[in-house]
Ligand binder design. Structure first.
Ligand SMILES: Cc1ncc(COP(=O)(O)O)c(C=O)c1O
Length: 445
């Protein structure tokens, strides 16, 4: 195993295909003018062009051209669609208006985030878990902090990721895997939790729960195993809890619910899916004081250095919004938006299960992971698009472990969910006999 070059492009997981401008992503090597003498960064050279969402986008454009009068529905998006509750936007707008006054004007803030917001994050999400305000770093989104964590770790570390996931690195066409990255298969065969007895040691274990794309949440027992595994190996877990607000079965919302996690885990989270802040941009990262390098140096000190050097802090308007989210009224209003998405995914889940499809995830996350046994996920994607004008996401785009699956998202307008369900019912009911992938109805998480 050599080195990690770059991993996880979470926003690619959430990009709405229709929002992607094809030409900007489909890079072709063209000589547009005289070259400079600058040699391309070898780590960037190893990256495969982001294929999944641009390809979906290309097929979507082709489909619209072929069927100009159809109403296309996207069940593929990881972006939020519902308005941000009024209380929250009005606090943001009051703060913004005050910036036009001498008393209310604020310039640069603390790079680590506003003190009151850091405390509110520590109290609201980790009140009982010993996380202190000084361990909370406010960011402009989880995605940016995942990149800053890479700056922290350097390119010499080894990494393990769940499969399916969205790793990038030195891609090997034959296996559809990136070299130097350990893939931990997560599927129904192992309750979507890696078999750690078969997982080699790596410096870093990137772990997302509730998971994008499978919608699966790890149980307390499983996370306990993960923490023990990291401890035994002297590894660090990077725990992505961006979808924690969707958990409803009592599974851990934070890795720090597991004893011993403070010595082995960093947690990255976000206001994006929690409060519809995908456009506003706000997130946070927790680095516990007890997390140390092999030489005993505290990792928090280096992260502090990175944040204060390469980041001048999240927008103060976004932070005002974050604080409003964490007020009692804000939390209540946010809950009703999350419930809206949950109802969406319930409608989809009932529809798909009633059609005899095996549906995973969805209970503690906005994503359904639908199994089409024996089929190629791009073929199923194409057939569903052609016959129902619905966009989904082929599971194989998330790694070899995603073959035979589609990711279907509960983010969207209710009318679209109802109409999509109607179309899917009518399509599958007329096609049942011919479909090889219909198995007995089930629904697990
Ligand atoms: C698992 C996961 N983590 C992080 C993110 C990105 O969050 P943010 O919008 O805060 O950058 C996403 C976005 O879809 C995601 O799916």
């Amino acid at each position: 195993m050599v080195s990690l070059t770059f991993f996880s492009s979470a926003s690619s997981l959430s990009s709405s295909p229709s929002k992607i401008v094809k030409s900007s992503l489909d890079f072709e090597l063209k000589k547009l003018g005289g070259c400079t003498k600058l040699v391309r960064n070898v780590n960037l050279e190893k990256l495969k062009n982001n294929y999944l969402f641009p390809e979906i986008s290309r097929r979507e454009l082709e489909h619209v051209k072929k069927h100009p009068n159809v109403q296309l529905i996207s069940l593929g998006t990881g972006d939020t669609t519902e308005p941000i509750p009024k209380q929250i936007t009005s606090d943001m707008s009051n703060f913004a208006h005050a910036l036009s006054t001498v008393e209310g004007y604020r310039g640069y803030g603390l790079e680590q985030g506003d003190k009151v917001l850091r405390k509110a994050i520590a109290d609201t999400f980790y009140g009982h878990l010993r996380v202190k305000s000084n361990e909370v770093f406010v960011s402009d989104g989880a995605q940016s902090d995942i990149s800053r964590i890479q700056l922290l770790l350097g390119s010499g570390v080894t990494i393990a990721v769940q499969d399916p996931t969205f790793p990038t690195g030195n891609f090997h066409e034959a296996t559809k895997k990136y070299q130097n990255v350990v893939y931990m298969p997560c599927g129904p065969q192992n309750s979507f939790f890696p078999d750690l007895s078969k997982t080699p040691r790596t410096d870093v274990i990137f772990f997302c729960s509730p998971n994008n794309p499978t919608g699966y949440v790890a149980s307390k027992r499983q996370l306990h195993q993960l923490v023990e595994f990291a401890k035994t190996n002297g590894s660090i877990i990077i725990f992505d809890s961006a979808y924690a607000a969707f958990i409803e079965d009592g599974s851990p919302r934070s890795i720090y619910e597991i004893s011993g996690a403070r010595e082995v885990a960093i947690e990255i989270s976000s206001f994006s899916k929690f409060a519809g802040f995908t456009g506003v941009r706000l997130g946070w990262t927790i680095i516990p004081d007890e997390l140390l390098y092999s030489n005993g140096f505290p990792i928090i000190n280096d992260f502090h250095r990175i944040v204060t050097t390469s980041f001048d802090g999240a927008s103060n308007i976004a932070q005002a919004g974050g604080l409003a989210c964490l007020s009692p009224v804000g939390l209540k209003e946010i809950r009703s938006v999350i419930n809206y998405y949950k109802e969406n995914r319930k409608i989809l889940m009932e529809t798909l299960a009633s059609l005899g499809l095996t549906v995973y995830g969805g209970i503690n996350a906005p994503y359904l992971w639908v199994h089409f046994k024996g089929s190629k996920s791009w073929d199923v994607f194409a057939e569903i698009l052609e016959k129902t004008h619905i966009i989904t996401v082929p599971g194989s785009g998330f790694g070899p472990g995603g073959e035979e699956y589609l990711r279907i998202s509960g983010f969207g307008r209710r009318d679209d969910m109802v109409e999509a369900s109607r179309r899917l019912r009518s399509f599958f009911n007329t096609r049942t006999k011919h479909f090889p992938f219909l198995s007995s109805a089930s629904n697990t998480n």
